[in-house]
Ligand binder design. Structure first.
Ligand SMILES: C[N+](C)(C)CCCC[C@H](N)C(=O)O
Ligand SMILES: O=C(O)CCC(=O)C(=O)O
Ligand SMILES: [Fe+2]
Length: 375
C-alpha cells in the first residue's frame, strides 16, 4: 500500500495533513452508529502536522502534534479515498453498466415474479437491478388488488406523497386536474417535471379495463438522448442548456412550479457530464418567455429533433397492461405514455423518491461495511 505521496514531500502541504486529520474516524471524532462527524473541524489547527506516522498491518497510524491525537486510517479506506495519488476513481458510476434499448427489447422484457420479490431480498435485489440496468421492470403474478400493489411498492421504500395523494387508484374521471385522469392519448413523457425533485420511480398496475385502447408506451430516454447526440449534437447541447419552465396547476389551490424555475430536458452530472436525468413533458411545459429572440429558432429546432427521435417507431415499446402484471420504471430515465381508450379503466400505483430507491438498491447490493467505508 503506497503511502499517500503528500507524506513523502519534504514539507507535507498543510491542507493535506489537515485533510487527513479532518477525516479521522476514531470514536472521539466520528459517531460509529450515525456515521456523523463529531470532531469540530474548526477547532483543528489549520497547520496541524503529524508527529509520527507508522505503517501497521491494517493501516496508517498517525499521532498529531495537536493534543497528541491518535488516528488510524485503514489501507482499504486510503485506497478508496486517497487523492494524492488518486487510486480509486471517486466518480466511477455505481453498479452494473446501464443497457439502453429500443423496441427490440420487447422480445426479452425485464421481469421478475411477485412471489420472489415479496419473499426474499434476493428477489427484491433482482427487481431493482432490472430497474438500474434497463430503467424498468415488470412484475408478474401480482394479486389484482390495491393492497397487494401498495405492499409491493413499499417493498422498495415508503411511497412518495404528492398532490395526487400517496398510493393512487385512478380512472378517467378527472379526479385530479391532469390529463392522466382522462381517456386521452398521452405522448411519451416523464412525470412531475414541475417538481424541484421529479419523482424517481413510478409504478402502474391495471386493475380493470372493459374498453379498447389504453396501450402503454415506454421509451428509453437515455437511448434517445444518445441518438440525438449522434445525429444532432447542437440540438443535444441546446436541450442540455435551455431551461424549460413547467407547472401543475389543474387542481384547486394547487400551483406547483420547480425551483429553479427552469430546468433543461437533458440534465448532466456537473463533474462527469454523464446524463443523469431526463425531464420532458411537453404538455406541462409553461410559456417559454425567458429566451433571447435569437434562441427561439434553435430551441424549436432542437425540440423537433428530440421529438423525431422520441417518436421513431424503432424506439417505442408498446405493451398492453394486464391485471396482475405491474410495471415500474425509472422516471428520471424512461418516458411513458398511453394510447386513447374507451370504457372504464382503473389503474393504481405509486411514486418512490429517487434517493430512497437508490438507497434500497445500494443496501441490497453492497455490504454495510463497504458502504460505511464509502462515506
Ligand atoms: C398520479 N398519477 C400517476 C395517477 C397521475 C400523475 C399525473 C402526472 C402528470 N401528467 C405529469 O406528467 O407530471
Ligand atoms: O394511464 C396511463 O397508462 C398512464 C397515465 C400517466 O401518464 C400517468 O398517470 O402518469
Ligand atoms: Fe405520466
Amino acid at each position: 500500500m503506497p503511502l499517500p505521496s503528500f507524506f513523502m514531500r519534504d514539507e507535507p502541504l498543510i491542507s493535506h495533513s489537515f485533510w487527513l486529520r479532518d477525516h479521522c474516524h476514531c470514536p472521539e471524532c466520528y459517531h460509529s452508529v450515525t456515521k456523523q462527524r463529531l470532531v469540530n473541524t474548526f477547532k483543528i489547527p489549520r497547520d496541524i502536522k503529524p508527529k509520527s506516522v507508522t505503517l501497521s498491518s491494517t493501516g496508517l497510524d498517525v499521532i498529531w502534534d495537536h493534543e497528541n491525537h491518535k488516528s488510524h486510517y485503514p489501507y482499504s479506506w486510503l485506497n478508496k479515498h486517497s487523492y494524492d495519488p488518486k487510486i480509486t476513481d471517486p466518480y466511477l458510476p455505481e453498479g452494473a453498466p446501464k443497457i439502453t434499448w429500443d423496441n427490440s427489447i420487447a422480445s426479452n422484457l425485464p421481469e421478475v415474479a411477485y412471489k420472489d420479490v415479496m419473499d426474499s431480498d434476493k428477489g427484491l435485489a433482482e427487481w431493482l437491478n432490472n430497474i438500474h440496468i434497463y430503467g424498468f421492470s415488470f412484475v408478474s403474478g401480482v394479486p389484482v388488488t390495491t393492497e397487494a400493489t401498495e405492499e409491493l411498492a413499499k417493498r422498495i421504500s415508503f411511497i412518495r406523497e404528492t398532490h395526487y395523494g400517496g398510493f393512487w387508484d385512478f380512472t378517467s374521471d378527472l379526479g385530479h386536474g391532469d390529463t392522466a385522469y382522462t381517456d386521452l392519448a398521452l405522448g411519451a413523457h416523464t412525470d412531475t417535471t414541475y417538481f424541484t425533485d421529479p419523482v424517481g420511480l413510478q409504478m402502474f398496475h391495471l386493475l380493470h379495463h372493459d374498453g379498447e385502447g389504453g396501450h402503454n408506451l415506454m421509451v428509453d430516454g437515455f437511448h434517445c438522448a444518445k441518438i440525438l447526440k449522434e445525429r444532432h449534437p447542437s440540438s443535444y447541447k441546446t436541450l442540455s442548456e435551455i431551461g424549460i419552465p413547467a407547472h401543475s396547476a389543474g387542481d384547486p389551490s394547487t400551483h406547483i412550479i420547480p425551483s429553479p424555475r427552469r430546468n433543461p430536458i437533458l440534465n448532466h452530472d456537473p463533474v462527469t457530464r454523464d446524463l443523469v436525468q431526463v425531464r420532458f413533458n411537453n404538455d406541462d411545459r409553461s410559456t417559454m418567455d425567458h429566451l433571447e429572440p435569437e434562441q427561439i429558432d434553435a430551441f424549436y429546432n432542437a425540440l423537433f429533433d428530440w421529438n423525431k427521435v422520441l417518436t421513431d417507431e424503432k424506439n417505442l415499446l408498446w405493451t398492453k397492461f394486464q391485471p396482475g402484471r405491474v410495471l415500474i420504471f425509472d422516471n428520471w430515465r424512461c418516458l411513458h405514455g398511453r394510447s386513447a381508450f374507451t370504457g372504464k379503466r382503473r389503474m393504481c400505483g405509486a411514486y418512490t423518491n429517487w434517493d430512497d430507491y437508490r438507497s434500497r438498491w445500494r443496501t441490497l447490493n453492497t455490504s454495510a461495511e463497504q458502504l460505511a467505508e464509502d462515506l
